[in-house]
Design a protein around this ligand. Structure first.
Ligand code: NAI
Length: 304
């Protein structure tokens, strides 16, 4: 069973995707009375028509996630236009810490996927609050960021989206690091197709797009839900998928004790392998800016 703590826009959409794919039974929990029950009904109605036989349950009772193999945490406040992810820090730390403890109580063997922003810092909060092994706490950011990079590239190059293999690592925030050198179009290195200035433009557009979505429709929902579903599938089906996500570095990339987005293998045990990439000077400077921002976020946390 897959638990979703937070049945707001992103949590509910991700639960819908996971249930629609028939990955496993789904349980939603939200603090707002009735909200998760409403999602239970709405999603179940869809599944009844499409003929998918997984059960969907929604309530405010955490005991319903007992025994979950994966718990997705989206509980907390979302960004409003003009806010950075870091503006959410203090408020969301308290919420995330308390819901993570509930998740650990009822699903002590689960892999936890942190989504709430600022995600890399909240992923630290989840690990600290639960005491789970670091391999079983992983943050969603990179898959979403790379979906945005792919979109920008598909428009720029006029190629099928399916031909683009992109990679975005680093902080899930202002310092995200789209890696043009590790991006290919059907195997052809992006760096042999676009010049440096064009690449820089695509990187800037990729950093900007989340703000555009928030200012236009109020929240980012569909692409994050898809990214969450991909990570849930990787764990639930033990796909050992290699994707960028936030994990705790133990000296790799020259970084100790900070969780940040890097390519990793995700399977039933959680983070099964972390891949270390060679970064050039400019990429490394951006990566380290992200590390510093996350460190500052962690240092600014209220007592957990
Ligand atoms: P939302 O406001 O629609 O949903 C959040 C839900 O959390 C609400 O339903 C609220 O009642 C619930 N909640 C609050 N406190 C709770 C508690 N103590 N226990 C259980 N539920 C609680 O927000 P949305 O748009 O779903 O975003 C959720 C979070 O995910 C935000 O922090 C947002 O910034 C973040 N986000 C992160 C992304 C990423 O790439 N990591 C992408 C998109 C959103």
């Amino acid at each position: 069973m897959i638990g979703f703590v937070g049945a707001g826009r992103v949590g509910a959409q991700a639960a819908l995707e996971v249930a629609s794919l028939g990955v496993d039974d789904v349980v939603l929990v939200d603090i707002v009375p009735g909200l998760a029950e409403g999602e239970e009904l709405d999603i179940s109605h869809k599944l009844s028509e499409t003929g998918v036989d997984v059960s969907v349950t929604g309530s405010s009772d955490y005991s319903n996630i007992r025994g979950a193999t994966v718990v997705v945490i989206t509980a907390g406040l979302a960004r409003k236009p003009g806010m950075t992810r870091m503006d959410l820090l203090g408020k969301n730390a308290g919420i995330v810490s308390s819901v993570a403890k509930e998740a650990a109580r009822y699903a002590p063997d689960a892999v936890l996927i942190t989504v709430t922003n600022p995600m890399d810092v909240m992923n630290y909060v989840v690990q600290r609050a639960t005491g789970f092994p670091k391999s079983r706490v992983v943050g969603m950011g990179g898959v979403l960021d790379l979906s945005r990079f792919k979109h920008v590239l598909s428009l720029k190059l006029g190629v099928s989206r399916s031909s683009i293999m992109a990679l975005v690592i680093g902080e899930h925030g202002e310092n995200m690091l789209p890696l043009a050198r590790y991006t290919s179009i059907g195997g052809v290195p992006l760096t042999s197709i676009l010049n440096e200035k064009e690449i820089e433009e695509t990187i800037q557009s990729t950093r900007q797009v989340a703000i555009d979505v928030i200012s236009k429709k109020g929240a980012t929902v569909d692409a994050p839900a898809n990214a969450i579903a991909r990570m849930v599938k990787a764990v639930a089906w033990d796909r050992r998928e290699v994707l960028p996500a936030s994990t705790f570095l133990d000296g790799r990339y020259g970084v100790e004790d900070v969780g940040i987005g890097v390519p990793l293998m995700l399977g039933a045990k959680g983070v099964e392998k972390v891949y270390e990439l060679e970064l050039d000077e400019k990429e490394r400077a951006q990566f380290m800016k992200g590390v510093e921002t996350i460190r500052e976020g962690v240092a600014a946390l209220p007592p957990l």
